[in-house]
Design a protein around this ligand. Sequence first.
Ligand code: 5RP
Length: 233
Amino acid sequence: MNDAEALKKIAGEAACEFVKTGMRVGLGTGSTVKYTVLELGRRIAEEGLEIVGVPTSIATQELATEVGIPLVELGSLDGLDIVIDGTDEFDPNFQLIKGGGAALLREKIVAQQSAAMVVVADERKQVDCLGAFGIPIEITPFACDVTVSVLASLLNCQVELRMSDSKHILTDNGNCIADARIGPTITDPVATEASILNVAGVVQVGLFNNMCDAIVLATTDGVTTLMKPNGRL
Ligand code: 5RP
């Protein structure tokens, strides 16, 4: 395991401290939170942890099933106690860019139904100003090129549809996904989120504002948990 992977594992596993028996847990998507899912599976098998999970992607659903986490439909619950998820960037105000793994729509639906959100990250995700990563935007297949042009004009930057073998990459929801290469310039992520959501054809945007309560951050010096002041945890 290389250093970057080791940091993901440390963060992913450490976040399990937030999970207690009886909780309804949102299970995020990505290569960091994968270690959270694996550790929760281990605790269920070896320590008698009792939880139910709601996955945010087909990939997480498959992994969680494999490791024995009981899964339920989000609609069958009256909300979730916590969601643990990865991020592509986080800023000093705990605002996030997510969607590098194209799961942003389900991730945001689950996060909005959760009483608290814990993010797992390594130090490469910590930024002063959001935007170097590029903002993932899920858009309808209908007239997706038009939507991309509108977004490029609105944001005054390059917006690229994700492609594979000359075909649009589709999300778990059957939509296209694009990335807005805006650069590290997002000083008002709430306003940027609102303006992108206002474009017809946009299904959801990977700016997660005022959702994250804690960040379990793995660095080469060890793991530390950043708690949002006046957050929900
Ligand atoms: C998927 C996501 C991921 O949580 C995000 O891309 C971080 O992934 P990783 O832990 O693999 O870097 O938002 O849509």
